[in-house]
Ligand binder design. Structure first.
Ligand code: GLN
Ligand code: ZN
Length: 753
């Protein structure tokens, strides 16, 4: 039996990878230095996987930025604006595509399936693929020559590559797949000639909704590839969910199929058990969670593998591996000296996951008696967690009963109009104001203990009062305190709630050299004490205008954290919701009766298959309502989201029953306006009138244009005027200038209605 891995994190234990890239970008190291440093990191990652005992180690998953960009570049799919004229692609062209340069903006970036990783979107207009340079051959040889590793080149498969791409006419799908198959054939032929045994072609799009027509294309592609490179052993690798069209996928003329047995809702296992699995193929079984950070229960995994063994009877045909690339996990638990020891033993990052894979292999065909050390230690670990009392809530299978505000929107609206007495087209912001160096330094100082808590509070209050004055001068109608005390909208709440842990080094790549360090939800989440009341009440004491309280919603907190794997996700969401509910009450009791609960990550949590959306949206909406429904009729609940694709989730958005929603608009106004042309939306709504991602101060006319267009499809008496998102990344002068113009635009619009 064989162990394998699908991909390893790039960032490095101490983020060496990020540091090397950023040093090159800032011209502090040469191109040669960059290549040398990245090679060192790359070889080190291969060595680590070998040392862990992994038999089939991936090569080519390592990248200088993003693996999809690598594929685009290898296939010469380089947009005209980068002035590429054939031959090997220079490192500067590569980085220009990733990050933009003085002459050309970067390629678009978007979320990788349902993860928080972002890939560079291939742009296909007016292009013909040709192989520029076969990087996989180079990397295969490097692993073999330098480390004696028989690597498994990894490449995104042709079908998924096209599905991830943009800017081609859908009517050309077939044509594009044919052209891509030609370049894939060439790359694979060269790999075969170089002596490669196994190639992993990732086809995660096979777990999304695949049409019959598309499935027929997939079959054609793999038949052609098989005819062109009959001796190369291709594994078609899927992950993140169960495959659609199981029967057809397992019949593809390839040497192996990789299936995810962790995030498949049991469906892949059910499929192999009821439909069988072809005896001539390898089943690469993803059994260790590649997306989360918990150690697996060894006995459960052995039981799962025993079931797989019943179907795949020849040990050589069964591979054990993580469910996906380990790109989505941090590197190692070793560098977390400050974590609680029980918690630390329960964690498994990339390096530890590889060991888990190897342990399973060792146990599967040998001694599985309960007193085997690996099994005993693993069981002890779970007993130790139980003994901590962190996890008292039992998994819940009961349906949840709906919660609602006492009065419907139509009933509470007149009461709110009377209470708040705002002009039509009220102006407000999304919450944060510029996080200057000084603000960040201040927070770092109090964390280190180099200033007293009291000093810190005084200085934060100074920022609040400065910005209350600014907002009054600007003429905004609903003010905010500015979020100066917050590092990050999830971390801030996680640090103040029970059940969250924070790491020192557990970084995960988000895009390019950027990483995130998600909190770990390890136990029942509970409210401890008010988290936002002091600052908000202080801000309110300085002004007669309303100050909006500012909270992060339960779904966003959950989606941006590593969650527990012993409770269903919805249940964790409800625990967080109950905690946020208490904060809402605390604010309300302190006289803050306009409260915004941000849910920018609600859409991100959508499952990959549309048939699963309803279940998710039902519990996500319920979580939001749990946190916000108990308020008085006159209390105004706001929410905010940073995207504009609403068409397909509009019913859920309406079901949140927020009195006011503010959404990001300015970069894709067309989409959002057509959504509201086709759907009535009867609650309060503010479509962002300017892009906060750019330092450019927009003109009043631009904002008026956006505003007037929005007012053609949305009722003026329910419309709010606000920027796209929080202003924490902007400079103070830009912010003040832009907001003044925004307020003017609103005033002009009021005169016209
Ligand atoms: N209230 C947050 C802010 O203004 C919202 C951020 C977000 O939507 N991502 O920064
Ligand atoms: Zn936002």
């Amino acid at each position: 039996m064989t162990t394998s891995s699908l991909g390893y994190p790039r960032i490095g234990e101490q983020r060496e990878w990020k540091k090397a890239l950023e040093a090159y970008w800032s011209n502090s190291i040469s191109e040669d230095d960059l290549h040398a440093q990245l090679k060192e990191i790359r070889l080190n990652h291969l060595r680590k996987q070998k040392r862990a005992g992994i038999d089939v180690i991936p090569v080519g998953d390592f990248t200088y930025y993003d693996h999809i960009l690598d594929a685009s570049v290898m296939f010469g799919l380089i947009p005209k604006r980068y002035d590429y004229s054939g031959g090997p692609v220079s490192i500067d062209t590569y980085f220009a595509m990733a990050r933009g340069n003085a002459k050309a903006p970067a390629c678009e970036m978007t979320k990788w399936y349902n993860t928080n990783y972002h890939y560079i979107v291939p742009e296909l207009q007016d292009m013909t693929p040709t192989v520029t340079e076969n990087r996989l051959v180079t990397l295969y040889k490097e692993a073999k020559d330098e480390l004696g590793i028989e690597g498994k080149p990894v490449l995104i498969g042709p079908y998924s590559f096209l599905k991830l791409a943009k800017h081609y006419d859908l009517s050309q799908t077939e044509d594009w797949l044919k052209q891509l198959t030609v370049v894939y054939s060439q790359v694979l032929r060269e790999l075969e000639e170089a002596g490669v045994l196994w190639v992993q072609l990732d086809e995660p799009s096979l777990v999304t909704n695949v049409t019959d027509e598309e499935m027929a294309y997939v079959k054609d592609i793999y038949e052609t590839l098989h005819a062109d490179v009959p001796n190369l052993q291709i594994i078609v690798q899927t992950y993140f969910d169960a495959v659609e069209n199981y029967d057809q996928v397992v019949e593809l003329p390839v040497a192996g199929i990789g299936l995810d047995f962790v995030h498949d809702g049991g469906k892949n296992l059910h499929a192999i058990q009821t439909k069988g699995f072809p005896g001539d193929k390898v089943l690469a079984a993803g059994v260790i969670d590649g997306r989360n950070i918990w150690k697996a229960k060894v006995v459960d995994k052995l039981a799962l593998l025993e079931q797989v063994k019943q179907v795949v009877k020849t040990p050589e045909k069964l591979w054990i591996q993580p469910s996906s690339s380990l790109l989505h996990t941090p590197v190692t638990v070793q560098n977390e000296p400050e974590l609680d020891s029980v918690l630390k033993r329960a964690l498994s990052f990339a390096d530890e996951k590889l060991i888990e894979v190897v342990t399973l292999k060792e146990l599967l065909y040998s001694d599985q008696s309960a007193d085997h050390t690996a099994i005993r230690e693993n069981q002890q670990l779970f007993k130790d967690i139980e003994a901590t009392g962190w996890r008292k809530q039992e998994p819940d299978t009961e349906a949840f009963s709906e919660v609602s505000r006492t009065a419907s929107y139509e009933q509470r609206r007149p009461k709110q109009l009377e209470k708040w007495n705002l002009p039509i087209l009220p102006t407000t912001t999304i919450g944060s104001f510029p996080q200057t160096k000084e603000v960040r330094r201040l927070r770092a100082q109090v964390k280190k203990g180099s200033i007293t808590e009291e000093d810190y509070k005084t200085q934060i209050n100074d920022y609040i009062s400065t910005w209350i004055k600014h907002q009054e001068e600007i003429g905004l109608d609903v003010l905010v305190h500015g979020e100066f005390e917050r590092n990050d909208m999830v971390e801030f709440f996680g640090e103040r709630l029970e059940g969250f842990a924070f790491t020192k080094n557990a970084w995960v790549q988000s895009y390019g050299s950027r990483g995130v360090k998600p909190p770990i939800i390890y136990g029942d989440v509970r409210f401890k004490q008010p988290m936002t009341v002091e600052e908000t009440v202080y801000a309110q004491s300085l002004t007669s205008k309303p100050v909006k309280g500012m909270l992060t919603g339960p779904v966003t907190i959950l989606n941006w954290s590593f969650e527990r794997d012993d409770l269903p996700k919805f249940q964790v969401a409800f625990q967080i919701a109950e905690a946020i509910k208490e904060e809402v009450s605390a604010l309300e009791n302190a006289g803050i009766e306009m409260i915004q609960i941000d849910e920018p990550a609600l859409r991100e949590g959508l499952p990959l298959k549309e048939q699963d959306w309803k279940t998710y949206l039902d519990w996500a909406v319920h979580a939001f309502r749990l946190s916000s429904s108990h308020v008085q009729d006159t209390t105004q609940i706001h929410t905010h989201m940073c995207y504009s694709e609403f068409q397909d989730i509009i019913d859920a958005i309406r079901a949140l029953d927020a009195d006011v929603i503010s959404i990001e608009t300015s970069r894709s106004q067309g989409d959002i306006l057509s959504t509201f042309e086709e759907n009535t939306y009867e609650l309060g709504i503010g479509l962002g009138v300017y892009d906060i991602h750019s330092p450019r101060v927009p003109s009043e006319e631009e904002m008026s244009t956006i505003l007037n267009r929005a007012l053609k499809v949305l009722p003026v008496e329910r419309f709010w005027v606000n920027p796209d998102c929080g202003l924490k990344t902007r400079k103070e002068e830009e912010t003040i200038a832009a907001l003044k113009l925004m307020v003017n635009a609103a005033k002009h619009a009021r005169k016209q209605v």
